[in-house]
Design a protein around this ligand. Structure first.
Ligand SMILES: *Cc1c(COP(=O)(O)O)cnc(C)c1O
Length: 442
């Protein structure tokens, strides 16, 4: 008999093991892909108990699946939360997180530097669901405070904003939220739990687009919501979470499940009713991604810093907005929240504006021009004409984007090769002829 050692395992160990034991039926060491829609009940009684949420068991893969559950538990563990619920995409995860706690008439305060898709989502959802919405400069704690209203039910920001590189003072914004009995939700996609764990600094809910660094190889879309389990949903401001649920035969989620109340409601109601579940196969790929997350993030950060330093000294570059540079205005916040590095997604501004931007992107060979981040491969995009296209000029300016802004997602290639390609791009941007076409890259 081996005794269970109460050792607190390190992050890298948990990235490989959390939420999983070898499969009891087959001994399989890898996480099996349970590609099944549904599960045979042992008997009529346990079936009823599952559907009443009196017992926790698999019923139907829209609501839970063992492969997906391993992924949920692992991310929940790595973030230091009570648990997680996975979704078909990052935006599905965010939508469900809102849907679970907000009702018409509620007010949300969000960072103006959110991911473009999140800004668009919030604007349209708020109109359709009659929510009130205020975007604030995430760097100004006074702006967060001044935006609060009687009916403010959620504050929402990102660990590292896109593409401005704003690093959020999570602890200060969490204090503002908790001062009025509201939770702080953080999109931690760009940092991953390896670089920052917002719950340790007071955040209550963490959301991820697993599509990015968690998956890490540009293969799969998915998302996850993690909750800290410490927010008091029974403080009188969230009857939708604390009162008996009409959508669940009068079940009072927070009373019944305590620290798991919000997560249970997120799964049993929002995932059930909105239906955007993660496929078991994508969960499997995300689990593979998590196993190497610490290794990959170290290399992503190292390459990002190398690329940022190269760009910073180049005459065709006006400004580099990598918060990991020592002279970044965000350096003190990076030291506090991102001691292992400021991620690998950042923007820089080309001298010469829109045309220079297009010439630059078109002459690159190794960097792929596409709308994603967090891949092993290095990626590049021009936000004003793509990801942030739905935003008007004022919103663009509020998000810190200009016509010459280029966003990079620095991958895992040899740093010298990345710099070689950028050098060619910058020469093209500046209008000179590009020589020396590489033969190794198609
Ligand atoms: C991609 C992304 C999202 C949306 O996630 P999807 O998986 O594409 O739905 C949300 N937030 C951030 C920061 C992202 O990069």
């Amino acid at each position: 008999m081996t005794e269970i050692d109460p050792r607190a395992f390190g992050f890298d160990t948990r990235a490989v093991h959390a939420g999983q034991r070898p499969d009891p039926y087959t001994g399989a060491r890898a996480v099996p892909i349970f590609q099944t829609t549904s599960y045979v009940f042992e008997d009529a009684e346990s079936a009823a108990a599952y559907f009443n949420l009196q017992e926790y068991g698999n019923t139907y893969t829209r609501i839970m699946n063992p492969t997906v559950a391993t992924f949920e538990e692992r991310v929940g563990n790595l973030e230091g939360g009570a648990g997680g619920v996975a979704f078909a995409s990052g935006l599905a995860a965010q939508a469900a997180a809102f849907f679970t706690m907000l009702v018409p008439g509620d007010h949300v305060v969000a960072s103006s530097a959110l991911y473009g898709g999140s800004v668009t989502q919030l604007k349209h959802l708020s109109r359709k669901l009659s929510l009130e919405l205020t975007f604030v400069d995430p760097d100004s704690i006074d702006a967060w405070k001044d935006a609060l209203r009687e009916n403010t039910k959620l504050l929402y920001g990102e660990t590292i904003g896109n593409p401005g590189g704003n690093v959020l003072d999570i602890q200060a914004v969490a204090d503002v939220a908790h001062g009025i009995g509201a939770p702080l939700m953080i999109d931690n996609t760009f940092a991953t739990p390896y670089l920052c764990r917002p719950i340790e600094f007071g955040a209550d809910i963490v959301v991820h687009s697993a599509t990015k660094f968690i998956g890490g190889h540009g293969t799969s879309i998915g998302g996850v919501v993690v909750e800290g389990g410490t927010f008091d949903w029974s403080n009188g401001r969230y009857p939708i979470v604390s009162d008996p649920s009409l959508a669940y035969h009068g079940l009072a989620f927070h009373d019944t499940f305590g620290m798991y109340g919000y997560l249970m409601k997120l799964r049993a109601e929002s995932l059930r009713d909105l239906g955007g579940c993660l496929s078991p196969f994508n969960a499997f790929l995300f689990l593979l991604g998590l196993e190497t997350l610490p290794l990959r993030m170290d290399r992503h950060v190292e390459n990002a810093l190398g690329v940022a330093r190269f760009l910073q000294q180049h005459p065709a570059v006006e400004r580099v907005r990598y918060p990991g540079l020592p002279d970044s205005p965000y350096a003190p916040l990076v030291a506090k929240y991102l001691p292992k590095g400021a991620g690998a997604v950042f923007a820089f501004d080309l001298a010469g504006g829109r045309e220079a931007g297009q010439r630059f992107i078109q002459s690159l060979q190794l960097w792929s021009h596409l709308a994603n981040v967090g891949d092993a491969k290095s990626l590049v995009i021009h936000p004003a004409s793509t990801t942030h296209r739905q935003l008007n000029d004022d919103e663009l300016a509020a998000a810190g984007i200009s016509a010459g802004t280029i966003r990079l997602s620095v991958g895992l290639e040899t740093l010298d090769d990345l710099v070689w390609d950028l050098e060619r791009g910058l020469a093209a941007a500046a209008g000179s002829r590009v020589n020396g076409v590489a033969e190794v890259v198609a």
